[in-house]
Design a protein around this ligand. Sequence first.
Ligand code: NAI
Length: 403
Amino acid sequence: MVKICCIGAGYVGGPTMAVIALKCPEIEVAVVDISVSRITAWNTDAHPIYEPGLDEVVKKCRGKNLFFSTDVEKHVSETDIVFVSVKTPTKTQGLGAGKAADLTYWESAAPMIADVSKSNKIVVEKSTVLVKTAEAIEKILNHNSKGIDFQILSNPEFLAEGTEIKDLFNPDRSHSKLAANAFLPQRISSVNAMSALCEATGADVSQVSHAVGKDARIGPKFLNASVGFGGSCFQKDILNLIYICECNGLPEVANYWKQVIKINDYQKTRFVNQIVSLMFNTVSGKKIAILGFALKDTGDTRETPAIDVCKGLLGYKARLSIYDPQVNEEQIQRDLAMNKFDWDHPIHLQPTSPTSIKQVNIPSFIFDGWNVVDEGKLRAIGFIVYPIGKPLDQWLKDMPPLA
Ligand code: NAI
């Protein structure tokens, strides 16, 4: 039986290996991680990550040809192919801090693979790493090896959180990772920049997107205006691209990509400022319910725009009640504990269902960061609705600008 092993049981490693195990019952798949809590959770029914369809896939294979373990060295030594799917966050210190990808986890995995290996292996890069990383890893592996042959393959992962299982069943590409992760958010920032102009001129950004997307050269995807992109990859990968451009003497190109992040930050700040402005220039002491906190249809809160929006509102001393069915209170408290702003108000966490919304006070506001609510219905029952990039209620139009 061919054995494969994946180092890193996270958002990429866990689901990817589960789908491989499902599709290839003749292969034994081990997913290993140094995090005891993560592996323990994978071995229960409360998996450490939520993705639509994931639980069913894991349940079908776990214990048959899919295993989760903290015994990293044992599984790596026994395997034929090693996938490396450890995180590559933005560096926080040293050369390239704030931009370059931190390869610490990758670099610690490579010597371990060399040390424990007793037979030839194929090592597959799943993590998002720079071009030429494979060459560097090959040097580390072959320098440490005892006559063992290591072949390094680059196979970056293109799944998107929220649709991981669907994407894994229907993968559509396998190359140019950093460029793709710059182009996608660039489209989001472009449409978000348009949304600000639409609000200023009374136009509707959804109509603009629709019309622009009809141009076959542009296409309709990734053209929805929102409060901004988030997640663990887009910003980190653009920052990495910026760093590569700077290192290669291309400051103009680096500055071009920086704007994608700047517009994203601007959109989040603009959303917070609109809330404050439209609620009579102050949210101090006002109760605001935040429906949805994680990224899309997942429980992953890494770099979610909701964090910046909540922190912005807390900075203005709003009282927040936050609810997301996939995120527990502890996680939200941890995410908001990072000290960007100083605030002294407690955060209230309580279940609220969007279908049970009814008007309680006059005036009551809905600020729709994803343009998903039915504005007409909510206006009909008396809400004042602020959708991104669309014509405002007359009532909102009459509000003075933020002081
Ligand atoms: P993650 O943080 O969820 O998972 C990484 C796991 O690796 C963690 O559980 C950590 O404990 C483990 N780990 C770190 N060092 C280890 C070591 N030496 N031995 C064993 N385990 C170790 O990260 P995620 O989101 O799965 O991302 C992994 C890579 O895939 C990153 O490079 C990311 O950029 C890339 N990627 C992520 C996507 C996403 O949607 N999350 C999509 C496509 C690519």
